[in-house]
Write a protein that binds this ligand. Structure first.
Ligand SMILES: [Zn+2]
Length: 227
């Protein structure tokens, strides 16, 4: 009597659907890619016989072999950078205006400090009209409500990296100190900004404690380097 053992199973087979050039974030540059589709095949004696559907598709960098989802082909590093920069500019300006509004008075010296910091960080002028729009916008929010402030800060600062966060705290601090003293409302605001950004409250208090009434120097790093 003779026994046959039928060996069957399934396995994924790769097929290259396309090749081309793309921006590989891993290599930080233009590299060749392969667009690969993996299909599941029914195998008999390890030979693929019948296709049983697609398991997935991915993009593989031909330099570092890192794999990505297909959406990576639409990734434009310049556009992403521009977007991040714009978000940073808006976030830092809004935070500065929030700090300015914390003591309930809009002083000329504070407006000037905001404009100076903005210029330093972005190399662009922020006109009084533009600044006025930010102020109008934030005056609609009840900034005295800590929960409302936390919600607003989280929304604004969620996407910033470490350097961006530090820049925001420094800028906020400078606005608070622009009139020569840091009032309680401003201190509360600074502490909340720090906490939202993951900076220890003791560190923020130390900064406030160290403040001796002298105008602070502007942050030396440019906002562009922060991103
Ligand atoms: Zn690569």
């Amino acid at each position: 009597m003779l026994y046959f053992i039928i060996v069957w199973g399934s396995r994924g087979i790769n097929k290259t659907l396309a090749i081309g050039q793309f921006y590989c974030p891993q290599c930080e540059g233009e590299e060749g890619y392969k667009h690969i589709r993996v299909r599941n095949f029914f195998t008999l004696y390890f030979i693929p016989i019948i296709p049983m559907g697609t398991l997935g598709e991915y993009i593989e960098c031909q330099h570092c072999q890192f794999t990505y989802k297909k959406a990576i082909l639409c990734y434009d590093p310049d556009a992403e950078r521009e977007k991040a920069l714009a978000e940073f500019e808006i976030a830092i300006t809004r935070v500065m205006v929030m700090v300015m509004l914390a003591d309930g008075v809009i002083e000329d010296s504070e407006l000037e400090v905001i404009q100076r910091i903005y210029l330093q960080l972005t190399e662009r002028e922020l006109s009084r009209e533009e600044l006025g729009e930010y102020i109008e916008d934030l005056e609609r929010v009840n900034l005295n409500d800590p929960r409302e402030r936390r919600r607003l800060l989280r929304k604004m600062l969620g996407s910033l990296n470490t350097n961006g966060c530090e820049m925001v705290v420094k800028a906020a601090f400078m606005v608070a100190a622009a009139d020569g003293e840091i009032l309680q409302g401003e201190q509360d605001m600074l502490e909340q900004i720090g906490v939202t950004l993951g900076i220890k409250i003791a560190r923020v208090r130390q900064m406030i404690g160290d403040f001796d009434g002298q105008p602070l120097s502007l942050p030396d790093a440019s906002g562009k380097k922060a991103l």
